[in-house]
Design a protein around this ligand. Sequence first.
Ligand code: ADP
Ligand code: MG
Length: 727
Amino acid sequence: MATLNDRKAIINSIATSEFQLNRVDIAHDHFKDCFGELVFSEAVQRERLPKPIYKALQKTLRKGERLSEEIADAFASALKDWALEKGATHYTHQFQPMTGITAEKHDSFISPNGDGTAIAEFSGKELVKGEPDASSFPSGGIRATFEARGYTAWDPTSPPYIMESPNGATLVIPTAFVSWTGEALDKKTPLLRSMDALSEQAKRILKLFDKKVDRVFTTVGPEQEYFLIDRQFYLSRPDLINAGRTLFGAKPPKGQEMEDQYFGSIPERVIACMADVEMQLYKLGVPVKTRHNEVAPSQYEIAPIFENSNVATDHNQLTMEVIRRTAPAYGLAALFHEKPFAGINGSGKHNNWSMATDEGENLLNPGDTPHENAQFLVFCTAVIRAVAKYPELLRLTVATAANDHRLGANEAPPAIISIFLGSQLQEVIEQLEAGTSNPTKKSEFMEIGVSVLPKLPKDAGDRNRTSPFAFTGNKFEFRAVGSSQSIAGPNTVLNTIVAESLDYIATELESRIKAGKSLPAAIQDLLPSIIKESKKVLFDGDGYSAEWHAEAERRGLPNHKNTVDALPVVIRKDSIELFTKYKVYTESELKSRYNILCETYVKTITIEGKLTRFMAHNQILPAVLRYQNDLAATVNASKAAGADVSAASNLLKSVSEGAAKLAKAIAELDKGLEHHPKGELIDHARYSRDVIIPAMNAVREAADELETMVADDLWPLPTYREMLFIK
Ligand code: ADP
Ligand code: MG
C-alpha cells in the first residue's frame, strides 16, 4: 500500500492498479437517448405544464419579462412532481457567488403533516425565492454583517436539473443572488443585465434593417482546457491541493518539445473518464461536442456546442464540476488552474462569442447578399469599436493571480488586447475606411448595399493563435480567459461594451436616416469614421513578438502586465459611467467588486507564500539536510578508508551551499509574510506582487536547483517527470 510521500510505492501502485473503466453502460446508455433526461427542459415543460401556463411562460421568457405568481406556482408544482419521479429528495437554489465557483444549500422537499406522516411540498414562492445564510460569501462591503442575508431569485432562463449522487438526487434550481437592497452579490445577475442591455440596442439596429425580433441573445461556446494527473501524485503535493498549482518542481528532462501530445491518441484511463463525464453531461443537457489532447503533456480540452451566454455559463460551471467529481473514480485528479506546472503550457478557456436573434439568426454571419453583408458589417464594426474603446475592461475580466502566469508569457495571448480579423475581412474593413477618403480608387471601394463580400473562411487555416481576440468566420473568440474562472465576468463586460457601441451606431444611423439618407448611405457615411478611430486595435501579426509590444506602445494600446495594474480600471469614472448607463452594475456594486478582486489577489498570493514556506521548510529542507548528512558521513568514511573523496566532497559542497541558499530565501519569505503593509487593499495587492512573489520565486529557484542534486530516493515530492508522464 502506497503511503503518500513514498513516490516509488505510488508509481508501483499506479502500474498495478486495475481501474474500473466501464462505469458507463455503453450497450444501454446512448447519448441520443439520454440527452437532457435529467433536465426540466422546454420539451418537458411543454409536456407537463397546463397549456396556457406553458404559453404564458414562453412569452415572458422570450420577451425577458417578469413572471406572474400564477405561472410560478404552476411551474413549481409540475417541477416538484417531475423531480420526485426522478428520485430527488432535496432541492437547492444554486448560485454563483464572487468566489467564481457555484454554491448551494440543500433543502428537503419533506413537510410534516402533524399526524406523524409527511408529504412533499414545493410552492411557487419557494421556487422563486430562497434565503441561504450567505453571510460568509465575499460581498466587498456591500452588506454589513447585521444585514448579511441575501436572497436567491430563480432564473427561469436556465432550466432546473437533477444532480445525482450515490445515495440520492437533488433538484438544482439555477438562481441569481442579490442582497435585500437589490444589489448583485453574484456573477449571474450582471450577466443577465448585460444580455438585456445588448438585446435592447441590437434590436434598434435590426429595426433599421426592417427586422422585428423580440430578443437578441449573446451566444457563447467555451472551449475548456484542463489537466488530468494521477490522484496519488495530487494528494502528495500540498501545493496542488491548496493552491491548485505546483509551487516547486525542476524542469523535467522531457517537456512538451516533442509535440507528441497535441491531438495524439488519448490514454485509455483518461478516455474512459472523459466518456463518463460526457455521459453525465449529456444527461444534464450540456451539449459537449469535442474532446482532444492539448499541447502540454496530460492536458486535455472539452468543448460544447454554443448556447446563450447565461446557459453556457451555467453549463461551463457544471462541466468543470462534473470533471472534478468524476476524475477520482478513475484514480485521476483534474487541475483547472491556469498554470499548474511552470515551464509547461497553461490552460485557458476560449470564449467563442456572437449575437443571435431569438429566431436563431447569427448576427456575425456575413451572409450572402449585399443586404446581409451590410448588417454584418454594422455588427462587426460595433464589436471592433467596443474592443478598441474598452481594451482595459476586457483585460480586467481575465486578470487573476493565476492567469498572470499565462498572459504575457510566451504561450498564451499577450496582455495587450488586439483583434485579428483574418486577411479577407481586414481587407474589407480597409476598403470601407478608404471609401470616403479616396472614392476614386474604384477597385478599393466597398459599396454598402451593392458590393458583395468575399467568402470569409471558417476553417482553421486562417487563424492567428497569438491573438487574444480573433474573428473566426462567424463569431469572435476571446482567448485570454483563464481556465478556472467563470466566464460570466468576461461575457458581462463584452456584452456591455458592445451594447454601448450598438447604441452609438443606432443613434448615429437613426439621425442620418431622419435627415433623409437611405440606410446603406447612412452606413456608408458612418462606418469609415468608426473604423478610423478604432483600427489601432487591429493587428494580424505575431502577438508574442517584441516588435508587437513596441508597436502597441506606439499605437497607445494599454499593456497591463499583471492583475494589480489591471484592477484600478474597475472604479475609473468612465467605467462607472458605462456600467451604470446600461444598468449592469451600480456604482456601489463596482466598488464592492473592486474590493473583492483586490482581496482575492492578496489572499491567493498569501496562501501561496505560506505554502511555499511550509513545503520548503518542512519537506524540502529536511530532505536536503538528510542528504547532506549522508554525504558528510561518506566523506569521513572514505577518508578513513583512504579512498578518493572528491566526488562526495564536491557534492557535499554544492548541496550544503544550496541548503544555505534555500534557508536564506525561506528567511526572506518569512520576513515578507510577517510584514503587514498599511493602506488600501490595492496597496496590499502591490505588496504581494512586489515582495511576496519575488520571495517565493527565490525559494523555488533554490529548491528546484537542489532537486537536481539530491538523491532521488530522498526527494519528498512527486516530480514533474512523474506527474506529467505516468498515466
Ligand atoms: P475551433 O475553434 O476549434 O475551430 P469551432 O469553430 O467549431 O472550433 O467552435 C469552437 C466553439 O465555438 C464551439 O464551442 C462552438 O460551438 C462555438 N461557436 C460556434 N459558433 C458560435 C456562435 N455563433 N456563437 C458562439 N459560439 C460559437
Ligand atoms: Mg477555438
